[in-house]
Design a protein. Sequence first.
Length: 185
Amino acid sequence: INQPMPTLDNPLYFEALGSERDGAFAEFCCVSAAQLYDVSDSPLSDIDIGAMPCAFGTALNLLVRAGVNERDHVLITGASGGVGLAAVQLARQRGAEVTAVSSPTKADAVREAGAGTVTGREESLPLRRFSVVVDVVGGSGFAELLDALRPGGRLATSGAIGGPVVSADLRTIYLKDLTVFGCTY
């Protein structure tokens, strides 16, 4: 939401709502009652339930933007984190084959969530194996993710815990006819 907010520190005169501001913004949200669920009997805490829309909403957006379905082999980075683990579960629910990147100490939990294969972060990825990459890490491994995609593959990214600046050969994107999506929610 952009509103005129003239200040000396804000020469463009706007105020942004979203991830750049603290708070849940419930006063700005309106949803259909059909999209609400009674969670009063849930064994989960309010904190656990409150975190689910962020992790699962982001993961779902990544998968929807990339068009993940039962014909896909999906590589998911950061698979033991909140968004990554949700992406593993939701990709399996869509019928996709899932390969996850995780630390060895968390590999069992990632397998339990639905990953058929778990690869260590230090292991090399196979070339041209995946139809989709869901990347929530960013950083120095970005070029390797592009190399791991098949021709015509799709990469959806939402995260930069490994670093926001990446290096890649643009020819990999256009010669393999890859599609790259950025997802913010």
